[in-house]
Design a protein around this ligand. Structure first.
Ligand code: PLP
Length: 440
């Protein structure tokens, strides 16, 4: 610790962090460039997770710095309620062009959590606008992560949230079973073979609740936060078909899969399944300025455009929706993605990445390796009675030796910046293999 002492750490209540443990032995990052972070002492740390699945174009992009600086000097803030500004419209237009055909209306938020809550509210309001107001039920999935708002934790399937806030979750929510099945799918390369039939859970919930009460289903095409869970072959297609059969909206939460992570701009395109709404954040601004968005089918948007012309059609929005700095960062980011081909670059590296991921098979404690695009999940055997402890020790070991990874439970999740080169892949997996050998 070169710049902070123990007292300086106390005021900050850190998110999703073991605060007391962290403050005993802090891990600090001070600077970032390209594929790397640097600690305050100047020690290099290779970024295996694009910050937190967000810095897809790599760190320290001068074009984004210049665009945000320019915008800050030109107009720092402007309200979006009953007012507009050119960067907001420009970013929405560019984003709409990246989306699967038909999802060409964009609502801006400031985070993935807000995008999720926005999409859930739009889904319920959409049915009501069409005179189908009984459709209020929302369906999520076990092991789903949709951020930390009350809507997101309600449709999410994370036990810690459900334990702590069980009495406060929004009513009328049910869950599909998750698709993670090591007994049948361990060591899958790409989409697992088994499990498409798990989508039929939706038919079961329709039979239980009746389709006329169900507004929407929300899933992550690839679940990241609960351990990199890939959709079985045919699963998303089946979910789409069942939603269509019953008039249920399908929402893909692409907060981590958006912006090139899978090898296509969005996982919806990669898996050739078009949802009715896509939630996004993170890579939208390369992580530089907080921003999220919901892309919506035009038909959903148009259902709201009724009533007297002076009426506000959707009673929803954020002070910082389409914040000018975020829009400037977003426009510069999309420009980089386009110029450097980053939204499809994962495809050209996917085989090399896949071979590196599966090269860890047989290493100590490894019980599964799985991958898609530039995503990897390496699942470890938990220590008896201490879930998550082994993977966390691997995380600590990697950080000490210059590699930033992320762990969730006993799964190591990797999602590097999309500018990664083969030499980085070799370095990353070499270090990880050494860490696995060292950690008991
Ligand atoms: C799928 C998914 N949805 C929502 C979120 C929440 O995003 P945020 O932390 O920006 O609120 C995340 C964050 O990792 C996510 O992975």
């Amino acid at each position: 610790m070169t710049t902070l002492n123990r007292l300086d750490l106390e005021a900050l209540w850190m998110p999703f962090t073991a605060n007391r443990q962290f403050k005993q032995a802090p891990r600090l990052l001070a600077r970032a460039q390209g594929m790397e972070y640097f600690t305050p002492e100047g020690r290099r740390v290779l970024d295996g997770v694009a910050g937190l699945w967000c810095v897809n174009a790599g760190h320290g992009r001068e074009e984004i710095t210049a665009a945000v600086t320019r915008q800050l000097a030109t107009m720092d803030y402007a309200p979006q309620f009953q007012m507009g500004h050119p960067p907001g419209f420009a970013l929405a237009t560019e984003l709409a062009a990246l989306m699967p055909a038909g999802l060409d209306r964009v609502f801006f938020t400031n985070s993935g959590s807000e995008s999720v809550d926005t999409a859930l509210k739009i889904a319920i309001a959409y049915h009501r606008c069409r005179g189908d107001g009984a459709r209020m039920r929302l369906i999520g999935r076990e092991r789903g992560y949709h951020g930390v708002g009350f809507g997101g934790i309600s449709v999410g399937g994370i036990v810690a949230n459900r334990r702590m806030w069980s009495a406060n979750l929004i009513p009328g929510v049910d869950h599909l079973r998750h698709t993670h099945d090591l007994a049948r799918n361990a060591y899958s390369r790409g989409q697992p073979t088994h499990g498409a039939e798990l989508a039929d859970d939706l038919e079961r919930l329709v039979a239980l609740h009746d389709a006329s009460t169900i507004a929407a289903v929300i899933v992550e095409p690839i679940a990241g936060s609960t351990g990199v869970l890939l959709p079985p072959q045919g699963y998303l297609e089946r979910l789409r078909a069942i939603c269509d059969a019953h008039g249920i909206l399908l929402i893909f939460d692409e907060v981590i899969t958006g912006f090139g992570r899978t090898g296509a701009p969005f996982a919806a395109q990669e898996f050739a399944v078009t949802p009715d709404m896509i939630t996004m954040a993170k890579g939208l601004t390369n992580g530089c300025v907080p921003m999220g968005a919901v892309a919506v089918k035009q038909s959903i948007h148009d259902a709201f455009m009724q009533g007297p012309p002076g009426a506000i059609e959707l009673f929803h929005g954020y002070t910082y929706s389409a914040h000018p700095l975020a829009c400037a960062a977003g426009l510069a980011t999309l420009d980089i993605y386009r110029r450097e081909g980053l939204l499809t670059r994962a495809k050209s590296l996917a085989k090399r990445w896949e071979d590196a991921v599966h090269g860890l098979r047989g290493r100590p404690h490894v019980i599964d390796t799985r991958n898609y695009g530039l995503i990897a999940g390496i699942e470890l055997e938990p220590r008896p009675g201490k879930p998550g402890a082994r993977a966390f020790d691997v995380f600590l070991d990697c950080f000490e030796r210059g590699l930033l990874i992320r762990t969730t439970g006993d799964t190591i999740a990797l999602s590097p910046p999309l500018i990664i080169e083969p030499a980085h892949i070799d370095e990353m997996f070499g270090r990880l293999a050494e860490a696995l050998a060292r950690v008991a």
